[in-house]
Ligand binder design. Structure first.
Ligand SMILES: [Zn+2]
Length: 339
């Protein structure tokens, strides 16, 4: 009933695709990051993620128009089939439930219950605390399909308090030295978390337009964010922390030659060469994924008979097998009946 087909996860009994990168008739979208969220005829998701996806799709169409990349016939607007967290619904012989993944606001895991047992797809998740998204839940299941982005032992993050202190210290020191502190953070999730951390410390915040658009969606969903300004080339004077997407080639122009220091906010900060690789002044391990210990803890809590892995280090399979866990890594090209 559950398979890998056309490089995507597919639940044949439900005619439901999962986080597919190709347009589908009906697809469950776990959260709004661009490596999971694409337009489909019908998107099955939480109400908050529906708002996030709609906002992102609108922005990408607007960007494409500006750069004349818009396809001649844009896809028709997608419909959203919305389900609140922990409100199960029936689909034929099965019961489906979305529950919080703790990755970004509105991010959901999917539980499918049927005759053959309980199956959970985590999507991207984290167990660590967050100021701006719902705390993750773990449900017991028979088969667990989980991401393992940080499935190597060197990726054990410092405590959240230490990470927050590092972010605040970086900003404070830069401002004391007359430099604009710049934080590279994904516009969805990481940026709002950085805003909350800086805001708690009383550091004034200016954000890129994409971050601003997402912050507005967060606020409309009831998330309290500190005061912030949208970047404006005329008024920005370098005395406020700047939150900018990592891919922002526009940053040098935005800084207008003002002295600055840049910190990348990423779990990959645990790599020794991360600062050099990203070409920044510092890397701080603020992550919206589970670290190595949290991946193991999740399995201990969910107690599955079988663990399937995707999105991460393949050798995590062997680490789990050494712990006596029945684990398999899913190759994207496999045709495989999973459940
Ligand atoms: Zn993600």
């Amino acid at each position: 009933m559950f398979s890998l087909a056309e490089r995507s996860l597919y639940v044949s009994d439900l005619d439901l695709w999962i986080d597919s990168m190709r347009p589908r008739a009906r697809c469950y979208v776990s959260h709004g990051h661009s490596d999971h969220a694409r337009e489909h005829d019908t998107i099955v998701t939480t109400p908050v993620n529906a708002r996030i996806c709609a906002s992102r799709f609108e922005r990408s169409i607007a960007r494409a128009k500006q750069t004349s990349l818009l396809p001649e016939r844009p896809r028709p607007e997608c419909a959203f089939e919305e389900h609140e967290f922990n409100e199960p619904w029936s689909d034929g012989e099965h019961t489906l439930t979305l529950f919080p993944a703790g990755h970004v606001l509105g991010s959901a895991q999917l539980l499918i219950e049927g005759e053959r047992g309980r199956f959970v797809y985590t999507g991207d998740f984290k167990l660590a605390r967050s100021y701006t998204c719902e705390p993750a839940e773990v449900k017991k299941c028979d088969v667990l399909l989980m991401e393992c982005t940080f499935g190597r032992p060197q990726y054990v993050f410092p405590s959240r308090d230490e990470v927050e202190d590092a972010i605040v210290s970086f900003a404070t020191k830069a401002l004391e030295d007359g430099c604009a502190p710049v934080f590279n953070a994904y516009s969805l999730g990481k940026a709002q978390e950085a805003m909350a951390i800086l805001g708690k410390a009383g550091i004034p915040i200016t954000v890129h337009g994409a971050v601003h658009a997402m912050a507005r969606v967060y606020e409309a969903a009831g998330v309290q964010l500190p005061p912030y300004e949208r970047y404006d080339a005329v008024t920005y004077d370098g005395t406020r922390a700047l939150i900018w997407p990592p891919s922002g080639k526009t940053l040098p122009k935005a800084l207008k030659g003002k002295p600055s220091r840049t910190a990348m906010l990423t779990g990959w900060a645990m790599d020794k060469n991360a600062t050099f690789r990203y070409g920044v002044d510092a890397c701080i391990p603020l992550s919206d994924h589970a670290d190595y210990d949290a991946l193991i803890r999740y399995i201990e809590l969910a107690q599955p008979e079988k663990v399937l892995l995707n999105h991460g280090w393949k050798d995590f399979v062997w680490r789990l097998r050494r712990l006596g866990i029945d684990a398999t890594y899913l190759e994207p090209y496999e045709q495989l009946a999973l459940f």
